[in-house]
Design a binder for this molecule. Sequence first.
Ligand SMILES: Nc1ncnc2c1ncn2[C@@H]1O[C@H](COP(=O)(O)OP(=O)(O)OP(=O)(O)O)[C@@H](O)[C@H]1O
Length: 344
Amino acid sequence: MIELRQITKQFGQGASAVRALDSISLHVPEGCIYGVVGSSGAGKSTLIRCVNLLERPSSGKVIVRGKDLTAMAESDLRRERRHIGMIFQHFNLLSSRTVFGNIALPLELAGMSSAEIETMVLPLLELTGLSDKRNSYPSQLSGGQKQRVAIARALASRPRVLLCDEATSALDPATTVAILNLLKDINRKLGLTILMITHEMDVVKSICDRVAILSQGQLIEENDVEQFFLSPKTELAREFVRTAIHEKRPNDLESGFQTEPAPGARPVIRITFVGRTVGQPLITKASRQFGVDISIMQADIETVNGKSMGFLMVELFGSETAVDEAIKYLRSQEVSVEVVGYVH
Ligand SMILES: Nc1ncnc2c1ncn2[C@@H]1O[C@H](COP(=O)(O)OP(=O)(O)OP(=O)(O)O)[C@@H](O)[C@H]1O
């Protein structure tokens, strides 16, 4: 549905030039909720603004619904943009218009009659839970309600794609959950493809099907969200996963932790698995079968895109051979096993 091919964006020239995006290619399949995460300055806003050409890439192609936007004349591009809705961190509502008036705006600009507008806006008010607020002004609304208006307005022109630029970053945690649930609901009910950029891994954990990591303008890792949580490949991805599962670093839990093996040091391993019940029998089996004592340093069950995932960090006590055998056994099971270090 959305395809970026080798997108590069450079701001400025010469010595002061900033390469905000460096040859980014990604594909967002139809109906997918796709999250792009990255630290501040990684290029997230530039990336999402390139999708509807609010920012024109320096090179590369942007293909949405099979059409190359980068090759379009301005008038065709304006028409095509109607199929691409967008919401922002600070809502961007018109303060002089009511909730109804804000949602109706794109329809008025498209030249629709009042009767047509009414029939389109009323279901959107209902979908976003705003029916009782139709005559309120933005200043009378909470942040969550303002974002609901922005979502309804973005949906008014019946887009096939919704771009979300840090849509929950200005909201408190409970309101964030409500807005994410609304986006998931819209994705399911309308089959809308959603591309969201965020610096919050909790957002990815809650609703995304796929995720990409942006770092210094480059896309360094991309995966199905479950696989991403099971086995992140880069250090930055591991760090993002750690924040999402609120995992403490082993050296904060145990003194004498080190990353390199040493004689007499006990391995610390992280076991990640899908499903609530997988972890416990495996630990018991490994312990019994190989005569290894297993001490749990931390354990957590998280819901990742609707599925339960378990995250265990354990310390293994036993002879070197027994410990190696136990790790080998765990690796042969349907869990992800990573030796994160050693404790003296
Ligand atoms: N209009 C511009 N002119 C010059 N440099 C820019 C412009 N817009 C962005 N940049 C630079 O491009 C890089 C990426 O910025 P961008 O805003 O896309 O990052 P971001 O990941 O969205 O960051 P944040 O999370 O802090 O908003 C930064 O180094 C930024 O300073």
